[in-house]
Design a protein around this ligand. Structure first.
Ligand code: AHR
Length: 358
């Protein structure tokens, strides 16, 4: 029996096993998957016995219909940054197990060169047919994306947008960071309504990331509605420790601050400590608005230290894997699949905190 027919038989019997034991889940998977409707698979992930030759994403010629159990996804995560990133990683591990996807996970420890090297490794890995990227930097991906496409791999961008030709990747699943910035400015305007002065300091994420760039842009677009001035702005690289350190510097330079715009909750939590150490009351003397909607932010709002958090959902894997499967099957996709997000205020936090997944 030659390799091809042996390979076909292995696939056939694997497929039959899926039909007999797995199709209720796969067939029953909702057509539009969202974080709260992913149906749990009846059994834990079973390693696929067949190793698929990577097919060109638009391999309609063979007539093959991929299922989640045919998917081998390489996920390139940024690195540890706090509650949001941990939840984003959990989303991929949990959803892959539920759907029966073989997930290969690379943590780049916030090292851009490492993330690009790992991308190259995934292109060279014949087992992988889908690559998911949470980009540390928004530029510098074109050659890797082109090589991945030529190797027949589907690439889905998640969380962080990138600046690259749209035909080089299947779609982007994630937030409208600019809108998050606009929402933050609108909330700060409400919080400072009636204040004679509206000096706001800004804690910025890592400077090359799309989240930092576009949140800052959106905040600046709307802050003029109520006369907010950004008096100081500096990166604290998404971290609580750096947020505290930078906020101390802001206060040492001038205590004439009425608001803090922190581009994520971690940095806001660090700023709260610095404000308290300066003998001021965070949430009252100085208003704070941040982004993410993590459990830590809800705790800070319940404690009265944080006023608003603009949600940036990390639970993206269900939408990412659904889009990847559609791309594997040559189906058309929009170039952006937005995640759903709200704005949470301190007065509502106590009633919501118990239901937060992250
Ligand atoms: O890209 C999303 C951002 O990345 C989150 O707002 C931040 O917490 C994380 O570091």
């Amino acid at each position: 029996m030659n390799r091809k027919s042996h390979h076909f038989l292995r696939l056939f019997f694997t497929g039959m096993a899926v039909v007999l034991f797995g199709c209720t889940t796969l067939m029953g998977a909702p057509s539009v998957i969202s974080p709260d409707t992913v149906s749990a698979a009846e059994s834990a992930h079973v390693e696929p016995t067949a190793t698929l030759e990577p097919q060109p994403a638009d391999d309609s010629s063979s007539g093959k219909r991929y299922t989640y159990r045919d998917m081998v996804a390489g996920f390139l995560q940024t690195g540890p940054e706090g509650g949001w990133r941990k939840a984003n990683s959990e989303s991929f591990k949990e959803t892959a197990a539920e759907l029966g996807i073989l997930l290969k996970f690379h943590q780049s420890n916030n090292d851009y060169q490492d993330q690009k090297a790992a991308f190259r490794d995934y292109i060279d890995d014949a087992e992988i047919n889908v690559i998911v990227l949470a980009a540390l930097e928004s530029t510098g991906w074109d050659n890797l994306l082109r090589d991945a496409k030529e190797a027949g791999k589907v690439v889905v961008i998640e969380d962080r947008r990138i600046d690259a030709p749209e035909d080089l990747y299947a779609t982007y699943v994630g937030s409208d960071f600019t809108e998050e910035g606009r929402k933050a400015a609108d909330a700060m305007c409400q919080l400072l309504d009636g204040s004679s002065k509206k000096n706001v300091v800004e804690l910025v994420g890592n400077v090359g990331s799309s989240a930092a760039r576009y949140r800052g842009q959106g905040f600046r677009e709307n802050m003029g509605k109520c006369g907010i001035t950004i008096t100081q702005s500096e990166t604290a690289n998404w971290s609580a420790a750096e947020g505290e350190q930078v906020m101390r510097g802001f206060l040492n330079k001038s205590a004439d601050i009425q608001g803090v715009f922190a581009q994520n909750d971690e940095m806001a939590i660090g700023a709260i400590t610095a404000i308290q150490d300066a003998g001021m009351d965070p949430g009252a003397d100085i208003k704070l608005v941040s982004v993410d909607g993590t459990y830590g932010a809800f705790k800070a709002m319940v404690d009265g230290d944080l006023n608003v958090t603009v949600e940036c959902s990390p639970w993206l894997a269900p939408q990412v894997f659904e889009a990847a499967l559609m791309a594997l099957n040559g189906e058309d996709l929009p170039k952006w699949i937005p995640s759903r997000e709200e704005v949470f205020w301190a007065e509502d936090a106590a009633g919501i905190i118990g239901s937060r997944r992250y």
